[in-house]
Design a protein around this ligand. Structure first.
Ligand code: GDP
Ligand code: MN
Length: 382
């Protein structure tokens, strides 16, 4: 789960990483109130989960309340790389002397944590990695040993951070490491990490990705969840416990197992169609799961047909058939279903469906045949 900058900064603060005082605002008036509290000058920052907000005009300095009004009004509702700005972070502006970069992430190949530090921060780090790779110092950290004060001091020195910034940067790096490990992050990145004109080192931006597998030991993460996915289809699916990914085509897809779901996507593409989603109902294709899956797909206006592709293994096709019949009674579907049912108890499944077939529920024998039918119903080739 990716966090917004303001959430990342609040997460940082728990681990003692210095940030600028500030607050969130969803309206122009709230932005002014937050600015009054933080103290002028302030910086008004668009909260979207993409980088390069500064370049896109989503980050503006404001000297007084009138300027906050102007900038907050312009940034709220702004589109940044396809993300609409609905929330701002307003913080006391910093006087920047130098901009650095610091991050922790996992190097899976090395089975070690990777610390990266650079004196060239504030710019696109991928670009620095390409044009001036020597400017980024990389250091592996063994999770058993942790990050020692010596190692932290060494990496900030090797990266060429200014002398006066080094002790504070090393200390901050240790706090960032604790945040990354104890806070169960996949990524904890500060770009820019700044040295202020009055000699303080602190985080001016925050990019945090939490490791979803650790959610069970972080009940406090719940506050981040409501804000997580903007796609209403994905939010609904998550509430129902389904593995769902929204796509932009017109054929809704339900399959049991991620492998079959992917093959289904491929075969729909192969016959000239395009998938509206990826939905894996896993092993439990009972009525509740089928109804939930159909309901989620039904909320997608772009869907013209629904291809249900089930291969029974442990899942029994007769149960799936009953599930679909029951689900159809519960959900008022806008699109026809094309069903391919094979594997364990397929015959029994087909018998159950025999009385229920109509132009709304079409059973096809093969995956390819079903894909062709679903694509035709969705309006033919894309
Ligand atoms: P990003 O563009 O999405 O990475 O957003 P950042 O939070 O990193 O901000 C982009 C740039 O805006 C920074 O590199 C700074 O140059 C500038 N900026 C952000 N906050 C301040 C501030 O408090 N004072 C000043 N002078 N510049 C700031
Ligand atoms: Mn940044």
């Amino acid at each position: 789960m990716d966090l917004y900058e303001y959430q990342g900064k609040q997460y940082f603060a728990r681990f003692g990483i210095p940030i600028s005082p500030g607050g969130v605002a969803d309206t122009v008036d709230e932005a002014v109130a937050q600015a009054d509290r933080a103290g002028y000058p302030v910086v008004v920052k668009a909260q979207v989960k993409v980088g390069g907000r500064g370049k896109a005009g989503g980050i503006k300095l404001a000297a007084d309340a009138a300027e906050v009004r102007t900038h907050a009004g312009a940034i709220l509702g702004m589109d940044i790389k396809g993300h609409t700005v609905g929330r701002l972070w307003v913080e006391h502006a910093s006087d920047i002397a130098r901009e650095y970069y610091a991050s922790f992430t996992l190097d899976r190949a090395a089975k070690l944590h990777l610390c990266m530090v650079s004196a060239r921060g504030g710019v696109d780090i991928e670009e620095v990695a390409e044009t001036d790779p020597g400017a980024i110092v990389r250091m592996h950290v063994d999770p058993v040993d942790g990050l020692s004060p010596d190692a932290a001091a060494r990496v900030v020195a090797d990266a060429g951070l200014d002398d006066e910034a080094r002790p504070q940067a090393a200390e901050l790096l240790q706090a960032l490491y604790r945040c990354y490990v104890e806070g169960d992050c996949d990524l904890a990145e500060i770009n820019p990490l700044i040295l202020t004109t009055d000699g303080r080192v602190h985080a001016l931006d925050a990019k945090v990705t939490l490791d979803d597998n650790a959610a069970f030991r972080h009940p406090e993460w719940e506050e981040f969840e409501g804000t997580e996915t903007a796609d209403p289809r994905e939010r609904l699916a998550k509430e129902r416990g389904l593995n769902y990914i929204g796509l932009s085509g017109s054929v809704g897809i339900i399959a049991n197992g991620a492998g079959l779901a992917m093959s289904t996507l491929d075969v729909v593409n192969q016959v000239g169609g395009s998938a509206a989603n990826f939905l894996d109902v896993g092993g439990g294709a009972n009525a509740d799961v089928m109804a939930a899956a159909l309901e989620v797909i039904n909320t997608d206006d772009a869907v013209r047909s629904i291809f249900v592709n089930i291969f029974g293994g442990i899942t029994r096709c007769d149960e799936v058939a009953n599930g679909i019949v029951e689900a159809l009674a519960r959900v008022d579907l806008r699109s026809p279903i094309v069903l391919r049912l094979d594997g364990t108890n397929a015959e029994a499944g087909h018998e159950i469906l025999a009385d229920h077939q109509s132009e709304r529920l079409i059973v096809e024998e093969t995956m390819l045949g079903a894909a062709r039918r679903a694509v035709a119903l969705a309006g033919g080739k894309a």
